[in-house]
Ligand binder design. Structure first.
Ligand SMILES: *[C@@H]1O[C@H](CO)[C@@H](O)[C@H](O)[C@H]1NC(C)=O
Ligand SMILES: *[C@@H]1O[C@H](CO)[C@@H](O)[C@H](O)[C@H]1NC(C)=O
Ligand SMILES: *[C@@H]1O[C@H](CO)[C@@H](O)[C@H](O)[C@H]1NC(C)=O
Ligand SMILES: *[C@@H]1O[C@H](CO)[C@@H](O)[C@H](O)[C@H]1NC(C)=O
Ligand SMILES: *[C@@H]1O[C@H](CO)[C@@H](O)[C@H](O)[C@H]1NC(C)=O
Ligand SMILES: *[C@@H]1O[C@H](CO)[C@@H](O)[C@H](O)[C@H]1NC(C)=O
Ligand SMILES: *[C@@H]1O[C@H](CO)[C@@H](O)[C@H](O)[C@H]1NC(C)=O
Length: 352
């Protein structure tokens, strides 16, 4: 009797263990994961706690992008993740994730079989604009782009980077737009700071979301003669805004009598430089501004070249000699002839 009961108990136990095991394998079907876009940049991914896990088992969830090892999040004691997903970061409008549990308790089967879910944007991604560029100007940003299809209506919106309710609500539509030949543009009334804003560009049928790159405007160089030197200086106050003054430096490349020297940089924080001036030479200067690694990594393109002085080559000196010597010589000859004739005239009137 007791043998039968023992057998019965052990059969029940093993059935229970098997059932537990099966449950673990069933987790993928139990997530009921859903997602909701809070705006075009931010998605709320939520799920149900898989059935079969004890309430107090200290479950952690892990979510990992199947194509990107760096895109992995762990969640403790919550059934949602608020995530930023930008189409231009990965050039996609769908992201596929594995989600699974990691328990704290070593006594339990702590890791479930990953379930796979795909998140899609509300509108398909398409390259609706090309070559999107922003320049920092004192209190705003000057952004411009090449539209992919001019006959399509294009709307640009932007907001400060972030995932909170407050940040999500502050989406601005760009209204100060302009057209400049091939490029269209817009002034964004927001503090110019790198990695500061999300941009959404959309047409009726497609969209792009991204964090724009910011460039500095090419600096204006002034050149002044100071003793035996040429003093090169830039107006640092044009750039102060984003980084500290000590974090800017300038690079200058110049030619002296058409001979280019290696480019030079000012030390950080210094907005002038002196070079020895050869007055017989013409100079061409190209310069740009950049930040040190302590303040993002911004730079401008080279500004329009600045020309200073004129080339006075030895050839020119020879030309001058070649023109003036014959003139002086002939003047002398004419003068001496004249004197000679006057002399003859005075001394023998008969000859004439
Ligand atoms: C998932 O959804 C189905 C159908 O709505 C439901 O029967 C099931 O209980 C849900 N699972 C969880 C873990 O809530
Ligand atoms: C995310 O979605 C879940 C489920 O719909 C909801 O309970 C939660 O409040 C949402 N979170 C935010 C920040 O909207
Ligand atoms: C397992 O979880 C329980 C309840 O949360 C906790 O009291 C216990 O210390 C955990 N055991 C281990 C080994 O972490
Ligand atoms: C389960 O959790 C324990 C303790 O955290 C850990 O040592 C073990 O490797 C985990 N098991 C799996 C399969 O991850
Ligand atoms: C803004 O950028 C456009 C195109 O690059 C340019 O034509 C315009 O002068 C810029 N505006 C200012 C204020 O710098
Ligand atoms: C540009 O957009 C218009 C209107 O949506 C469409 O009819 C046309 O085919 C598009 N052109 C190209 C080259 O995609
Ligand atoms: C330097 O730039 C600032 C800001 O653009 C301007 O107000 C100032 O007049 C400029 N100074 C010189 C010497 O050009």
């Amino acid at each position: 009797m007791s043998v039968i009961r023992g057998l019965f108990v052990s059969v029940t136990l093993s059935a229970l263990i098997m059932a537990l095991h099966c449950k673990a394998d069933q987790y993928p079907q139990q997530w009921n994961l859903t997602y909701k876009w809070l705006d075009r940049f931010t998605v709320n991914i939520s799920w149900k706690k898989p059935i079969g896990l004890a309430d107090d088992s200290g479950i952690k969830y892990c979510m990992k992008n199947i194509e990107d090892d760096n895109d992995e999040v762990r969640v403790n004691d919550k059934l949602e993740i608020i995530k930023t997903l930008l189409t231009e970061e990965k050039r996609t409008d769908s992201w596929t994730y594995h989600i699974w549990t990691i328990g704290d308790n070593s006594s339990q089967s702590n890791e479930s079989v990953p379930a796979m879910y795909t998140i899609r944007t509300l509108k398909p991604r398409d390259e609706v604009v090309k070559d999107f560029k922003c320049f920092a100007i004192t209190d705003k940003m000057n952004c411009s782009w090449i539209p992919a299809n001019r006959s399509q209506n294009l709307v640009l919106s932007y907001r400060i980077i972030g995932r909170t309710q407050e940040e999500i609500q502050k989406l601005n539509k760009c209204d100060e737009t302009y057209s400049n030949g091939e490029r269209d543009g817009c002034y964004l009334h927001i503090e110019p700071k790198p990695q500061n804003i999300f941009v959404l560009v959309e047409t009726d049928t497609a969209m792009m979301t991204f964090i724009p790159d910011i460039d500095l405007l090419p600096p204006r160089l002034s050149v002044k003669e100071e003793g035996v030197n040429l003093k090169l200086s830039w107006n640092a106050s044009e750039f102060k805004k984003m980084c500290r003054e000590s974090e800017y430096q300038y690079e200058v490349c110049y030619s002296e009598c058409n001979e280019w020297s290696p480019c030079q940089k000012t030390s950080p924080g210094k907005s002038s430089m002196e070079i020895i001036y050869n007055k017989n030479c013409q100079y061409e200067f190209k310069s740009r501004v950049m930040t040190t690694e302590y303040c993002f990594s911004l730079s401008s393109t080279f500004a329009e070249p600045v020309i200073y002085g004129t080339n006075k080559t030895p050839d020119e000196t020879l030309t001058v000699v070649a023109i003036f010597i014959p003139i002086i010589l002939s003047a002398c000859i004419i003068l001496s002839c004249y004197c000679f004739r006057r002399y003859i005239f005075r001394h023998s009137t008969k000859c004439l």
